[in-house]
Design a protein around this ligand. Structure first.
Ligand code: SD4
Length: 325
């Protein structure tokens, strides 16, 4: 009984319905990636299958800077990073993988058939070959080769902010400039399926002209990708070293656990990077993208220009994020 002697009525809590299935991915190049993932999600398939399918799609595109069509390191070698994580926190990753077309599927194979989480370099390639993946020719795509030869003239490692977004002729136009500067369209995607289960995948050739052997955030669980099926999932793009320093996507998920919306959680992670070294942060880009268990999503970036793609039953769009600087 209440203080006025009235019976207390337990009103039902009003909450918006969970938006599912849904897939969100980095950059405008995420649109066809989402479409591929959607084929699985819309048929009540599993989110882990959907994110892998999306990553495979973009790894297949030789004109895109993910996968073997990507830009090389400073020694002229394309080395690939990828990871995948499912709703049970199973995860697998490969780093510095050469001459294998689908690093995301090698990562999944590792996740599903071994007790390990990360394989690197020659060991990752050996594992891929032992599991039936084909060794591809050691060759740069025409675009990558032109850009690399141009870059060699100055040989300066200087990641360009948002180069992914500066392409003039559509998502899959050549991703480099006259002077050979280029970054990469890291593809990170997170999805929730019909059951409400979350998964994520990331695939990239990493920062162009990196030191041979350098590993970015993309294949590091908790940096480039994190999934907690109780809370949400997050992925990142941009200068990987900055993301690794703050365990970026794990941090984003923890902020969501503490009640922040996906957008605010991404914002707070960006602030963490800027706070450490504001001067340096002004020269680089990092963007985060997050999805929570309600199907709410959001992103935030250090600089202007980070965009992401969303596909659900009522949306098929590119969104730009807010930014700090
Ligand atoms: C890396 N985070 O290797 C990646 C690069 C990237 O869009 O996201 N480019 O550090």
């Amino acid at each position: 009984m209440g203080s006025l002697g009235l019976a207390t009525i337990n009103l039902p809590k009003i909450s918006s319905p969970v938006k599912k299935p849904i897939v969100i991915s980095t950059w405008d190049s995420g649109m066809p990636v989402n479409a591929e993932a959607w084929k699985i999600l819309s048929n009540q398939g599993k989110s882990v299958d959907a994110v892998e399918a999306g990553a495979i799609y973009i790894e297949n595109d030789i004109n895109c800077c993910v996968g073997l069509g990507g830009f090389p390191d400073r020694d002229g070698i394309v080395t690939l990073d990828a990871c995948i994580m499912d709703e049970k926190a199973n995860c697998g990753a490969v780093a510095g993988l050469e001459q294998i077309k689908h690093p995301i599927s090698v990562a999944r194979k590792l996740m599903e058939t071994t007790p390990h989480v990360i394989l690197v370099g020659a060991g990752a390639q050996q594992f891929a070959l032992e599991n039936g993946f084909k060794l591809e020719e050691k060759k740069l795509s025409d675009d990558a080769s032109k850009a690399y030869n141009q870059w060699l003239i100055q040989s300066k490692y200087q990641p360009e902010i948002n180069i992914e977004n500066k392409k003039q002729n559509g998502p899959f136009a050549p991703n480099f400039f006259e002077d050979g500067t280029a970054n990469h369209d890291t593809m990170g995607l997170v999805a929730m399926d019909f059951n409400g289960d979350l998964s994520g995948a990331v695939t990239t050739s990493g920062m162009a002209y990196k030191i041979h052997g350098r590993v970015g955030d993309s294949p590091i669980i908790g940096a480039g990708l994190f999934v907690d099926n109780e809370i949400g999932a997050a992925t990142s793009s941009g200068v990987g070293e900055e993301v690794i320093r703050i365990c970026g996507t794990h941090l984003v998920v923890e902020f969501m656990r503490n009640g922040y919306s996906p957008e605010m959680a991404c914002k707070k992670a960006c602030e963490r990077i800027v706070k450490r070294d504001p001067k340096k942060a002004a020269t680089l880009q990092v963007g985060f993208l997050a999805l929570n268990k309600k199907g709410e999503y959001g992103g935030y970036a250090i600089q202007k220009g980070f965009v992401f793609s969303v596909k659900s039953n009522d949306e098929n769009e590119i969104h730009s994020t807010k930014f700090l600087i």
